[in-house]
Design a protein around this ligand. Sequence first.
Ligand code: BTN
Length: 249
Amino acid sequence: MIVGRPLISVDEVTSTMDLAVRLATTGATSGTTVLAGHQTAGRGRAGRRWETVPRSSILMSFVAHTQRPHNVLGALSLLLGLAVAETVDDFTGEIATIKWPNDLLILGRKIAGILVVSKTSPADRSLVLICGIGLNVNTEASALPETGTSISLASGVPCGVGDVLPTLLDILTTTMNRFEQGDTDELWRRVEARLAFRGEMVSVQDGPRTHRGTLQGVSSTGLLELELSSGEEVTLAAGDLTRGPVAVP
Ligand code: BTN
């Protein structure tokens, strides 16, 4: 597949996810990508909103028909994070880190988020993925929360969506083809090398439950590995990760 082929560019849409889901379930081929200048109802993970200043960000969703088993899909979000991280590095000269399960950080601030949803293709009941990426490109600090940043802010150089998009689509294409072939060991090592907060105390809020412990790593299926203060090791499939509390010596 070639991510971005075909590329459907729209000025405004509710969410690129909505349009891409519609296309994916009505015969769109792998690689079909929706790119929007603005979303009126952009979505983040766990039902949150994803709001951006028009034309300040890459807002895209692409279709990927897959033969991969359902249990590797958690890892896909992190592999896509790696593709975005390597793109961000190219344009900022910094090293982006991957915050489980789906955030990209640069200098500790969020620069991008990933959202992957799966559907069943009505034609043959096979699995089809819709992969959404929101990447802040030329967003100004006044339009971002304290914890957010953009490529222009991190690099100090003005940069547009059109400058970044070709690199991102190229890296995503390589990532998706390797994912589909099950050839991800080397990509996975690169994910691990960029994992934010490894060895640090973190808290993970998963619905009503809070898990606190030391972040050990991620499994090859994308589960977060935590060592609790009791010494027990747990793996988590979902949750909101924050740094801390700081361990008291
Ligand atoms: C997150 O960090 O919670 C995930 C954010 C994903 C945002 C992107 S923007 C393009 C695509 N369309 C959406 O409505 N969401 C994703």
